[in-house]
Structure formats: structure tokens, C-alpha cells
Design a protein around this ligand. Structure first.
Ligand SMILES: [Mg+2]
Ligand SMILES: [Zn+2]
Length: 226
């Protein structure tokens, strides 16, 4: 059942009778976007660290009407490197730490699958692993989202591909472990490029303002596009 792969974060504020497609969300990648990416796999709390400014950025988003949803690929489960319990431990840590700062994450989705995995039950080509859009669709259904008014922020090409395929606007952040070269060689075109989540949030919030930079594309705040 797919729900096993959700972070069991309670959602108490969805108005029950809201019409479909009226809400919007910001989908946020986890590793390299919210927290420091490990050279290997992150699954131990002692290795966890928020990226500078990310907690404050998410707290700032929490003051808006956007649903805040984390979507993360965790193929290390399929590879037998760590377990779903490890994934949940990190996810819950993120959610509870953010909560201390007044930031509410409405849902965490993770994909534990990998086509080259070794663990039975996880090792296949799935539809939830980004650039797959299954979780975007699940969230859209659950939260009555208009994906066209929603955003995806992430540090990898598959984050941007997933967001774009789901119909969201996209912001690439360069806070992952990949070097400049990775971003230079990327073939996907995000709508915006930002050095980190903090600046990505500034870009998104700029769109709230009347006459904000709503129509621009590839207007990286660091000026070099992608
Ligand atoms: Mg990432
Ligand atoms: Zn999956």
C-alpha cells in the first residue's frame, strides 16, 4: 500500500468542502535542498544538518497558504543500505525541527524503490521515483491542488523534470553536493535558478506581489541561468 511510504504527518487543516484544484503547494526535495547532502547516503541522524537558511525559508513559506510537501527519492532502501525506518527517522526529525520554528510540513512522500535494487519488494521501476510524478498526483488529489499554481524546488535534474511534468513551476537550487559542472551540463530547463532554498523562496514569494516577476523564466537570482 502506498500509504506505507508516507511520513504519517497529520494534516488537520484541509477544509473538507473546498473545491478541487483551489489549493496550491510547494513541493520541496529533501537532500541537497533542505538538508546537507551526504557524499554517500544519509540515514543516520548524527549525519543530518539543515542547509543554512532552509529552516527560516520554510518557516517563511508557512505563513502563506501554500501546502508544503516534501518529495524525496530514497533508493537506498531498495539497495539494502538503510531501511524505511531510517528514512522515517530522518523525515520525522526534519518535520519536528521545522515545527519548533513554526514551520508546518503537510506531508512527506518518499520513494524507497530502485530498479537496480537488491531488496525484494523494492527493486523495480516504479512511478513514484522522481522524475515520476505519482506523488505529485497523489498530493493533488489529497489536498485538492492546482498543480499549475504549485512549485517544485530541488537540486537535481530529476526534481526539475518531475515538477515540470506535473505542471508545476520549477526552481533549481545549487545547494546539493553536485559541483557547478553538474548544473552546467544539465539538459533540463528550470523556470528559475537559485543558490539555495532561501533564495528560491524569495523568488516564489516575489510572485505573490502584484506585478511580481510572474512571467519570467530562467531568471536565476545569481544571474547565470542554467
Ligand atoms: Mg536532492
Ligand atoms: Zn517508487
Amino acid at each position: 500500500m502506498e500509504n506505507e511510504h508516507e511520513g504519517q504527518i497529520p494534516e488537520a487543516r484541509v477544509p473538507p468542502k473546498k473545491r478541487s484544484g483551489r489549493n496550491r503547494a510547494i513541493f520541496i526535495d529533501r537532500d541537497g535542498t533542505i538538508n546537507v547532502e551526504m557524499p554517500t547516503y544519509l540515514y543516520q541522524l548524527e549525519d543530518f544538518a539543515f542547509l543554512p537558511g532552509s529552516v527560516e525559508a520554510i518557516a517563511k513559506l508557512s505563513k502563506t497558504d501554500y501546502k508544503l510537501i516534501i518529495i524525496t527519492n530514497q533508493g537506498g532502501v531498495a539497495k539494502g543500505i538503510y531501511t524505511e525506518e531510517d528514512v522515517n527517522k530522518i523525515n520525522h526529525h526534519i518535520v519536528s525541527e521545522l515545527k519548533k520554528h513554526g514551520a508546518e510540513i503537510h506531508r512527506v512522500y518518499y520513494c524507497p524503490h530502485h530498479k537496480d535494487g537488491t531488496v525484494e519488494g523494492y527493486s523495480f521501476i516504479c512511478e513514484c521515483k522522481k522524475p515520476g510524478t505519482k506523488f505529485f498526483e497523489e498530493a493533488a488529489h489529497e489536498f485538492k491542488l492546482n498543480l499549475k499554481k504549485s512549485w517544485m524546488v530541488g537540486d537535481r535534474d530529476f526534481d526539475i523534470m518531475a515538477g515540470a511534468r506535473a505542471g508545476c513551476r520549477t526552481v533549481l537550487v545549487k545547494s546539493g553536493i553536485n559541483g557547478e559542472e553538474y548544473y552546467r551540463n544539465m539538459t533540463v530547463e528550470p523556470d528559475f535558478v537559485a543558490p539555495d532554498l532561501k533564495m528560491a523562496v524569495e523568488i516564489i514569494l516575489e510572485h505573490e506581489k502584484p506585478g511580481g516577476a510572474a512571467n519570467g523564466a530562467n531568471q536565476g537570482v545569481d544571474g547565470d541561468g542554467c
